[in-house]
Design a protein around this ligand. Structure first.
Ligand SMILES: *Cc1c(COP(=O)(O)O)cnc(C)c1O
Length: 479
């Protein structure tokens, strides 16, 4: 048999023969990299593994007790130098026995921490199928017409919110600098609230906005941690009077810590005098819409601003004209998405999202969301029915922020920190997370796992109550 061509070494990620070795790899083996029968056999192993994982999900502790680095001791330090017989099956066994038990199981029905990272079988298979290019409008969201292709705007699918915010910010920055002169980049000021995800300030830094020009407007519990549009307007006026240039306001519908909602309409009014729509909007379909990681949809009002900032051939005016002509002809025009985002090479996320929409339907997705909201409302009811507890911020969507009341304000945070620790330590119990807003530490119960049923929510509450009883009685003994 002839030695393999050298490029085969580099493309073979499956068996560790990455560096050129002095033992020639056989051509027959290269052919097997895309062998249809081999693929069927290996594919079945993967599907079985995932299916077993889904079926046994409830059995795993949601949050493993392993420490960082534990895998180093359980897996060989070096990859094998040559293909081992049936290496794929052996690797799957390692995944099952060694790797899976060390993961936090975000798909567990007892996962109530952070936010959902929802998965579905259609999403998983869509991920596996990804390979071609396609566009899709999510009319189900009732977005303003001007953000859609039909209204002169347009949408794109990116990986994450961090990416979407950066693209929008860079487009806004360049549009502004084109008007006031490049030299004034140091005068640009951007606004968000003290509840906005760090993604925004990080994007501002990458976009060259000075750190001290990222303004975090304070929020308060009385106002359910939303931004005050009046305060924002005053801050912008002050800054403009001082010779600075207000550039960008980032509003959030459902903040990360407490799902607070900024008054988007009012803010938009404060910025530009009552325009109905925002300039851009993004949403993570990988959070709650069953599109497995990663999948963030973004719409913009003025695609040409994105293209001006991120396009690579400076022909955007022509292209926009071509797109407009095509749109006028009833088509959606041609979009070169490399000019709408950071990357040239893109994963085919649209296929995954399309498969999810197609398989579950808009109404099915609505039911999915409503059922989580219903379960969260039930959890909220249980918290309210126990006088020892309080619901800290009004429940919106499917997140309940709650805490134990404490006679001693000073130790309340400590008490609740301990409660969360004990809740999460309960074997086969729930896994929740925390928020600390305005100095108030609270527990977060975020319903959203695909597998969560009412009984999981009831059981989770039972664990919280039991742990609280135990902690409070220990405290009484001490006192
Ligand atoms: C999750 C989340 C983000 C970050 O999303 P990525 O997709 O991880 O970048 C930003 N903002 C809000 C409100 C979020 O909930």
């Amino acid at each position: 048999m002839a030695p393999a061509p050298s490029h085969c070494h580099a493309t073979n990620g499956n068996n560790g023969a990455i560096a050129a070795s002095d033992t020639p790899v056989k051509t027959q083996h290269c052919a097997r990299l895309l062998d249809a029968d081999e693929f069927r056999r290996q594919g079945r192993l993967v599907v079985d593994l995932i299916a077993d994982y889904y079926a046994g999900m409830g059995e795993y502790p949601v949050h493993p007790t392993v420490s960082p680095g534990f895998l180093r001791h359980r897996l060989p330090a070096e990859p094998p130098s040559r293909r081992e017989p049936d290496a794929f099956a052996a690797a799957m066994q390692d995944v099952r026995d060694v790797i899976l038990p060390g993961l936090t199981h975000w798909q567990s029905p007892r996962h109530f921490a952070h936010f959902p990272a929802s998965s579905s079988t259609a999403g998983a298979l869509g991920e596996a199928l990804a390979g071609r290019h396609q566009r899709r409008s999510l009319h189900a969201l009732h977005l303003p017409e001007r953000l859609l292709f039909a209204g002169g705007g347009g949408g794109s699918i990116l990986g994450t919110t961090c990416e979407a915010i950066l693209c929008a910010l860079v487009a806004a920055r360049d549009r502004k600098l084109a008007a006031i002169g490049e030299g004034r980049i140091g005068d640009l000021v951007v606004y968000c609230s003290d509840q906005t995800h760090f993604a925004f300030c990080k994007a501002a830094r990458i976009a060259g906005i000075r750190g001290r020009h990222s303004r975090e407007m304070p929020t308060y519990r009385d106002n359910a941690f939303g931004v005050f549009s009046g305060a924002l307007r005053a801050a912008m006026r002050r800054e403009a009077d001082a010779g600075l240039v207000p550039l960008f306001v980032c509003a959030t519908v459902g903040t990360t810590q407490t799902t607070a909602v900024d008054p988007v309409g009012e803010l938009r009014g404060a910025v530009a005098g009552g325009v109905e729509a925002v300039d851009s909007f993004s949403m993570n379909a990988h959070k709650w819409l069953l599109a497995n990681n990663d999948c963030c949809v973004m719409w913009v009002r003025t695609p040409s601003a994105l293209v001006a900032a991120l396009g690579t051939d400076q022909e955007y005016i022509l292209k926009d004209a071509a797109a407009e002509t095509a749109a006028a002809d009833g088509g959606e025009g041609v979009v070169d998405y490399k000019d709408w985002g950071i990357t040239l090479t893109r994963r085919f996320r649209a296929l995954k999202l399309w498969l999810v929409l197609r398989c579950y339907g808009v109404e099915g997705l609505r039911e999915h969301i409503r059922s989580h909201v219903g379960m969260a409302a039930a959890f909220e009811g249980m918290v309210r029915a126990d006088a020892r507890f309080e619901v800290v911020t009004p429940r919106r969507f499917a997140l309940v922020c709650f805490r134990l009341r404490s006679p001693n304000k000073k130790t309340a945070n400590e008490l609740n920190r301990r409660l969360l620790e004990e809740v999460n330590a309960a074997s086969s119990g729930p896994y929740m997370s925390s928020a600390n807003v305005g100095g108030v530490y609270m527990l977060r119960c975020a319903v959203g796992s695909t597998l969560t049923e009412e009984r999981h929510v009831r059981e989770a509450w039972k664990v919280v109550q039991d742990r609280a009883t135990s902690i409070l009685s220990k405290m009484e003994i001490i006192m």
